[in-house]
Design a protein around this ligand. Sequence first.
Ligand code: BTN
Length: 324
Amino acid sequence: MTSEQTVLHLLEQNRNRYLSGQEVANTLHITRSAVWKAIESLRDQGHVIEGISRRGYRLLTATTDLQKERLAGLLPSFEVHLFDSLDSTNRYAKVLASEHPEKPALVVATYQSGGRGRLGRSFFSPKGGLYLSVLLPMAFNLESAQLITSAASVAALEAIEQVGGMRCQIKWVNDLYLEGRKVCGILTEGVLGVESGRLSAVVVGIGINFCIPQAAFPLELQGTATSLFDGPSSVPASFDANLLVASLVENLHALVSKLPDRSFLSVYRERSLLLGRKVTVHQDRQTFSATAVSIDDEAHLVVQDDQGRQSVLSSAEISIRLEV
Ligand code: BTN
């Protein structure tokens, strides 16, 4: 075993207390500097390790337990790619699309070093989350992109409820919220067919905060993010994360294959976090207050400002804040 592995093992066995650098060094017969290096390297691999001066180190996260064979067995029509670590599952899925555009694929990682979010933001992706991209080879036009993304949020919401029993809400366009905090984000990207010059495949990237303890989120996310389970020790022994992933992918596949009938929109509306509430809309360089009044058949959000003027929000470049 390398120093990193032994340090990780020791931290795993002592999750409920802080271990000083000296204690780790003495227990493993390595130098303090080797301990420090191992901790830094484990952090680079996506483990969140709290370090408090005069107290020591404590491991907060755990790798989500996924198995490639199990996922492949549950999803026979998908080619399954499972990684411990990847920069971004969406980026990888787009490379697959350029090589084998005709094959549906699922790319999963237990940690992303460069997780991508909407509006060019990054997506916090430590160990303890589920990061997946579903590559669906299908021609589609840009107008359908919003429908695909909305269908994906219903697919994820239903999978979380079916497998975990938690009831989420949808914050337009496609964030899932649990008890008022974001638990899942979705980024849909199109793949341009080289010969056709049209969008020939879609990559739906979904990040679920599965068992990231609240203390492991960075300060700027503390008030707004949450996890399905508050840390690895809160996950019931019988819970199978493979089933959650498989159910999500199956739901998505089914909803996208009947996209034109828009059957998912009833759930999308029913579970909206925004409808009937005051919101602040940030669009281009404009910001205005409004009430979210409805969601139309293209999954656009209709809002009404204080003067009674209605606007239909469709662009992916819009961000919305709930007013309290
Ligand atoms: C958002 O909330 O802004 C969207 C976040 C989407 C994150 C997922 S995690 C799996 C996939 N790979 C990425 O790099 N991003 C998406």
